[in-house]
Every structure is written in C-alpha cells, then in structure tokens.
Design a protein around this ligand. Structure first.
Ligand SMILES: Nc1ncnc2c1ncn2[C@@H]1O[C@H](COP(=O)(O)OP(=O)(O)OP(=O)(O)O)[C@@H](O)[C@H]1O
Ligand SMILES: [Mg+2]
Length: 317
C-alpha cells in the first residue's frame, strides 16, 4: 500500500508472523499476522483495531522484534529492522521504538520499585549517575501525573490507571520517537480511560511523538487517531483516515465493528441495528475471485476481491 505523503517513519511491508505450535504431536499454524502492510508517518497517531485474537499485539511485538517475523519487512526511518538480529540492531530498536504493554500488571516486575522500573530505560540512554537517574525518574513521574514519592513504591501499591501511567513513563524515559501503545486503556474505567488518552495526547505534543495505538473498539480511537487500520484474523482488512472510515466504511467487518458502537442519543440507540460479520456469508471468494488490496479513494484501502471493489466504487458514486 502506498500513499503520497512524505517519507514514512515506519514502513511495514507484507509482514507475517505465523506461530507453529505442537499439541499432542499435531502441528498447527496460527497466522497471527498475515501479509500486513501499512505506513506510519511522523507525528501521526495511527490506530489499529479489531477483536480479541486478531493479531494486534503480535503485530506490535513483531515490529519491535520480540518475535522474529516469518515474512515481510519492517523499515524504521529508512533503516530495515526486520533482518538478522544483532546487538547493534537491538540497541537501535530500543532507542527509537518503545511499547506500552497491554497488561499493566503482568508487564511491571512486582519486585522492582517504580524508580527501578522506570530507571531501567535510562541505562539504554547511558545515564548511569544515580542522582541524575533519580532526577529524571521524578521528573517523568510528574509528567505522567504521578508524584515524586511514588518512586519508592512497588507496582501492587497502584491502581490500574496509575500502573498504566508507570508503563507510559517507562516507555517515554528512553526518549523514543515511536510509541506502540497496546490497549493502554481497555482495562480501565471509562473516566480513567479519558484521562490516560488525554495524557498520551499531551505527551505526544510535548515530546513530538508518533503513536501506534492499539484498541479493541473503534469508539476509543475515533477522536484520537488520524488514521485507522482494521484487523480481522491476522489480515488488515481496511485502512483509512478516521473521518473516512467512519463516514464510508467499505469492508463488511468494519461495518460490523461500527454498528457495535453505542449511540449517545437514546432514541437512535434504540433503533441501532447491530450488523454481524460472517466471512463465509459475506464473500464468495474462490479461484479467480480472491481478495487483495484495493484503493477505493486516495489513502483508503480495502482488502477485497475485484468484484467487491467494483461494487464499492458503484456504491460510492
Ligand atoms: N506466542 C504465541 N504462540 C502461539 N500463538 C500465539 C502467540 N501469541 C499469540 N498467538 C496467537 O496469535 C493470535 C493473535 O494473538 P494476539 O495476542 O496478537 O491478538 P490481539 O489482537 O492482541 O488480541 P487481544 O485483543 O485479546 O489482545 C491468537 O490466535 C493467539 O492465540
Ligand atoms: Mg492484544
């Protein structure tokens, strides 16, 4: 997929991550991420949505090389980062891309204080002086809305929202350009969700960040993301600007996701019809009629067959 904006910060080209598992001697393959392509531009907030198990986390983890991709390529700022792992490449990736992990409880070491957790990232920056590290950690805690005295506490002493803030501070302290935030708010109460999203927005401005924001649900990403990628079972099925995706969803799965969003007006909410998506019913794929990426309008990509593409164009006209 190409678009005609400036050079992307991150290029993901035909990325695949297939897991092979063995259960009772039987080998099976899960195509967690399957031939996925997208670009993320400097300064943008790029959303990735889709239901549980569609491969969002795997996509993020493969980009930062927690997994070795089984296919495709990832290029960061012109430099390929999906090739053979070396200590130099590991250093490069950790210096530039940081991930805020999905589960704020499991991703924070319970035996480390907040000072130690956040301070770890400073080793990457080569800051070894303990006083300097302490100063930076305290500063970072305040920037994410925590207090200096929180530095000596352990993760279990914090609420879900506070733990997510610790995760954000840990990601930011490395001074990365790209943050991959994996469902940073889905475990939180609605009111706390808004606080964490506002915090991310402020930090984005302050630090000049680019954000890849992973979420289950489209309503969370609508106002926050410039562009949105919709994933379904390892495939990227639609990619468009937020406005375009909401105004003109083309893939039946995107339509189903949109129909699941509750409406604020109670009368409209009563009339809301939830659309379900069953790939077997929705498509008639077969030899000579296989899906591929089609651009329905500039920058709006849909994974569909030629026939479906022609119908989408007709519907738009
Ligand atoms: N390490 C692994 N080994 C084998 N299979 C895996 C592994 N990690 C993920 N999977 C499988 O890959 C698929 C995608 O999982 P992934 O965690 O990326 O989904 P997700 O979109 O992040 O879901 P959720 O919204 O629940 O977080 C799932 O079927 C999952 O079981
Ligand atoms: Mg996930």
């Amino acid at each position: 997929m190409t678009d005609n904006m400036s050079r992307p910060l991150l290029e993901v080209k035909g990325l695949s991550m297939h897991f092979t598992t063995k259960k009772r001697g039987k080998v099976s393959t899960v195509k967690a991420v399957d031939n996925v392509s997208f670009n993320i531009y400097r300064g943008e907030t790029f959303g990735m949505v889709g239901e549980s198990g569609c491969g969002k986390t795997t996509c993020g983890r493969t980009i930062i090389r927690l997994y070795d991709p089984t296919g495709g390529e990832v290029i960061y700022d012109g430099k390929p980062i999906s090739g053979k792992m070396t200590s130099e490449l590991r250093k490069y990736i950790t210096e530039h891309i940081a991930m805020v992990f999905q589960d704020p409880i499991a991703s924070l070491n319970p035996r480390m204080t907040v000072q130690e957790i956040i301070g770890e990232g400073l080793k990457i920056r080569g800051i070894v002086d303990p006083k300097e590290r302490e100063r930076i950690v305290v500063d970072m805690l305040q920037r994410v809305g925590l207090m200096p005295e929180h530095a000596t506490r352990y993760p279990h002493e914090f609420s879900g929202g506070q733990r997510q803030r610790i995760g954000i501070a840990r990601a930011l302290v490395v001074n990365p350009s790209l943050i991959i935030a994996d469902e940073p708010v889905s475990a939180l109460d609605v009111s706390v969700q808004a606080q964490v999203i506002n915090l991310l927005n402020d930090l984005k401005e302050e630090f000049g960040l680019t954000i890849m924001f992973i979420a289950h649900n489209l309503s969370v990403v609508k106002y926050f993301c410039d562009r949105i990628a919709v994933m379904y079972f390892g495939k990227l099925v639609e990619l468009a600007t937020s406005d375009d995706l909401f105004a003109n969803p083309c893939h039946p799965y995107t339509k189903a996701l949109l129909s699941a969003i509750p409406l604020p007006d109670p009368r409209a909410e009563k009339r809301r019809k939830k659309i379900s998506y069953d790939p077997k019913e929705a498509h008639e794929y077969g030899a000579g009629n296989m899906p591929d990426y089609h651009e329905v309008s500039p920058g709006h990509w849909v994974y569909c067959s030629e026939q479906e593409f022609q119908d989408m164009l007709k519907n738009k006209a």
